[in-house]
Design a protein around this ligand. Sequence first.
Ligand code: ZN
Ligand code: ZN
Length: 145
Amino acid sequence: MSEMRIQEAMETLKGSGVRITPQRHAILEYLLQSMSHPTADEIYKALEGKFPNMSVATVYNNLRVFKEVGLVRELTYGDSSSRFDCNISDHYHVICEKCGKIVDFHYPGFYEVEKLAEHVTGFQVSHHRMEVYGTCPDCKEKEQH
Ligand SMILES: [Zn+2]
Ligand SMILES: [Zn+2]
């Protein structure tokens, strides 16, 4: 799958005037292939062997660039570190309470909730987040053994 998405992402970067460095390419490739909503630290650990001079800060800076041009979404969870999602289509997440794994699933957006919230509170609503929690198949398997 990912070769085409990487090409598309590269075009988006070029179109936004962002220079494509080997590190940038590698980070984007990792994001597009992993589908696992990694943290900056996980990306760093996966790529440090290939780029010994790269720091976590470099990874962060690149992720910020990708976010600005709309290639990734940042998911913040209180005080734990942000996760990065390269699936920018509308989707929801189911999160494993044991290992923290985040999996995408599609369901029609709850836009009525946004409308109702606007109506009853007078807020101008920009977006919403909904997450489903549970135990992933891998963790469930481990529990049974
Ligand atoms: Zn799990
Ligand atoms: Zn996602």
